[in-house]
Design a protein around this ligand. Structure first.
Ligand code: APR
Length: 244
């Protein structure tokens, strides 16, 4: 794979850089992307139908069990070369903002201490009513565990369809997108708002947009550089080409 010398020079400056990641970045770690089919017990459900406040109200135990299953799946999983390449970019580029839609915590595991988790983190559990975070809970209980402070139902600290994103995280993401020189969109289908609009905001402000994704997305026609393939292969090669 060869990279345009102009892109290499631009990254060497280094620019003010933002990277937005989605489920595709974790695919090579063995996690399913959101819009892949589910397996086994969960094959009959669409994630969109499970990840909503209405679904939790309707059947809290079903939703709790789905997240318990996903938490379990994430436990045995490790970052892949794409996560590590991004962590290395953060070392090389002083003004680097990583924004992720992923709730799996793999960027942190790869060494990113500072990042914007737009959709929360699946490992955190909080009260659905009073927002108190739980330190411990049982996953294999008959019913959904309850908050030790107010008795409300516990739920994962993730953003569900129809819910607002954490305001401070979203504001920081918008500000970073509007003021960056280069915006990377990596492993995301770009169909879920408001995350999907960040790349367009950067593009409208004149940033160079780089897309790395397995397949074309709505962003592809606007991107200055497009790499179709696996982020775990493309990102390490790019880092090597720029700083190796
Ligand atoms: N490398 C790069 N891209 C990949 C790879 C890979 N190894 N594997 C898959 N992809 C691409 C897919 O082609 C797809 O375009 O990653 C994209 C993943 O898209 P989605 O499954 O839609 O995931 P994402 O964009 O993160 O979804 C956004 O939707 O359901 C909500 O809250 C959930 O955060 C999620 C949000």
């Amino acid at each position: 794979m060869t990279f345009d010398p102009e892109l290499i020079s631009l990254l060497r400056v280094p620019p003010k850089l933002v990277a937005l990641t989605g489920a595709g970045v974790s695919q090579e770690s063995g996690l399913r992307t959101f819009r892949d089919a589910q397996t086994g017990l969960w094959a009959q459900y669409k994630p969109e139908e499970l990840a909503s406040p209405e679904a939790f109200r309707r059947d809290p135990k079903l939703i709790w069990d789905w997240y318990a299953w996903r938490r379990e799946a994430v436990k045995g999983v490790r970052p892949n070369p794409g996560h590590y390449a991004l962590a290395e970019m953060a070392q090389r580029v002083p003004e680097f903002t990583l924004i992720t839609q992923n709730v799996d915590g793999l960027h942190r595991m790869a060494g990113h201490q500072k990042l914007i988790e737009l959709h929360g983190n699946i490992q955190r559990v909080r009260c659905a009513d009073c927002y108190t975070f739980a330190e411990a809970w049982g996953d294999d209980t008959e019913s959904v565990p309850r908050c030790s402070v107010c008795g409300g139902l516990l739920r994962p600290d993730v953003v569900w369809f129809g819910e607002a994103l954490p305001r401070d995280q979203l504001e920081a993401a918008i500000e970073a997108a509007r003021s960056c020189d280069v915006f990377f969109s990596i492993g995301t289908s770009g169909v879920v708002q408001p995350a999907a609009s960040l790349a367009f905001a950067a593009h409208n402000r004149g940033a160079v947009v780089v897309e790395i994704n397995a397949e074309p997305t709505p962003l592809t026609p606007k991107a200055n550089y497009v790499f179709h393939g696996k982020s775990g292969e493309i990102l390490p090669r790019l880092v090597e080409a720029v700083w190796g």
